[in-house]
Write a new protein. Structure first.
Length: 401
């Protein structure tokens, strides 16, 4: 965690799932005090994603470090009072409720801005706060479908949530841009981050290709896989990648392997050069994975082994320990973490000082006392279920999906 400029910033994180979890993780890694505002019984939905370890969901452990947890019943008058007192001191609010939800609760941007003109409110919705489509339930795969991406991708689900991740990138950029603007103007602002727009932005190359290709775009129209840019199967059934976009690399490969006739097929696609693909497939199946790895280790021609996840983690922890490493957390023991990858010399971010993802309501009392509530008031809030203070649950049961 950084000990620089961001330490004085307070971020209120209402988000559930990944769209807000990633940008608030970055803010937490930068050194901000990130306080998750969570529903009393379930909290962030990421807490309930399989697999579990000691009641901690894997998604939440991945993006929950360096954060605090405050549970509040925002529908109650007392919960609203607590929240507004906290928001008056905050710098950033991040939420991904359906459009209009926070306004209905009486804690939206306009209400908070009356108390705190410097507040930056980042709202994440499907299509924007004023678009009726944002009031309809949708998830990542639905937005991929509407963008045209899944037509090109042949209707295949992706192992990562692409809309969530593109939105997380945009939200992070928007928040940081708003903070830069505030440093000049002294005023906060409203960031209307839209999941659909964020993912469409990522696809600018595909849309431009569609137009320049005569208003047509299918899987076969994509530039890859090509003869010299593909994953090939080895003799023992593993995979090896080659990415020889520059022809000079492919020329070296072809001459060394005795297949000079393939040089002119360099970036031709499957339907353009089926025989060249077949020859490459036969060539790669002539050697084992280890034999190819040994041969490629002597070359500098854009190649890499396709590692298993076990091998990849070992590779990362060995070669990039500042990025991927194990951190000792009380609830989950030795826990694999991926650091924020922003290498800024004056703002160091290290996993060495990472604090564990909070138990639901873990920091409620601490924050209420800091806001000036007395022990009697906090006890009353707990009794009336305005908030909760959850002790650490000492359950060592592991659940695997």
């Amino acid at each position: 965690m950084s000990t620089a400029f961001f330490d004085d910033l307070i971020v209120l994180d209402h988000t559930r799932y990944l769209t807000g979890g990633y940008p608030t993780l970055l803010m937490a890694d930068l050194g901000c005090e990130v306080i998750k505002i969570e529903e009393l019984t379930k909290g962030d939905f990421c807490r309930h994603e399989f697999p579990f370890k000691n009641n901690m969901g894997s998604h939440f452990v991945a993006i929950g470090r360096n954060k605090k947890s405050l549970t509040l019943d925002l529908k109650s008058e007392e919960g609203k009072e607590i929240y507004l007192r906290l928001a008056a001191q905050a710098d950033v609010v991040v939420e991904n409720y359906r459009a209009g939800t926070m306004d209905k609760l009486g804690i939206g941007y306009e209400e908070v801005r009356k108390l705190n003109p410097k507040i930056i409110h980042c709202s994440i919705t499907g299509f924007g706060k004023n678009d009726d489509r944002s009031r309809k339930a949708l998830h990542d795969c639905n937005l991929q479908a509407l963008s045209g991406f899944q037509d090109i991708n042949q209707g295949k689900t992706t192992p990562l949530h692409l809309c969530d991740l593109s939105t997380a990138m945009v939200a992070s950029q928007a928040i940081l841009a708003a903070l830069c603007q505030r440093s000049k103007t002294g005023e906060g602002t409203y960031c209307d981050v839209r999941m659909f727009d964020s993912f469409v932005w990522w696809q600018a190359l595909l849309y431009q290709r569609w137009q320049f290709n005569g208003y047509s775009q299918t899987f076969n129209d994509i530039e890859y896989p090509a003869v010299a840019y593909n994953y090939y199967t080895t003799k023992d059934g593993r995979k090896y990648s080659i990415g020889m976009v520059e022809k000079k690399f492919f020329e070296i490969f072809c001459r060394e392997q005795g297949v000079e006739e393939l040089i002119d097929c360099h970036l031709k696609r499957q339907w353009e050069a089926p025989e060249a693909f077949e020859k490459m497939e036969v060539l790669f199946k002539s050697r084992t994975f280890n034999e190819w790895e040994e041969w490629f280790s002597t070359q500098d021609i854009c190649s890499a082994p396709v590692l298993t996840i076990d091998e990849a983690v070992d590779y990362l922890t060995s070669n990039n320990p500042d990025l991927v490493n194990y951190v000792l957390f009380p609830a989950t023991g030795e826990t694999l973490q991926v650091n924020s990858p922003h290498h800024i010399e004056s703002i160091p971010m290290s996993l060495d000082e990472a604090t564990p993802p909070p138990v639901l309501g873990e920091n409620t009392a601490e924050i209420l006392f800091r806001l000036g509530f007395s022990e009697a008031e906090v006890a009353k809030f707990l009794k009336e279920k305005v908030c909760t203070c959850s002790p650490f649950l000492n359950d060592t049961t592991d659940h695997v999906a």
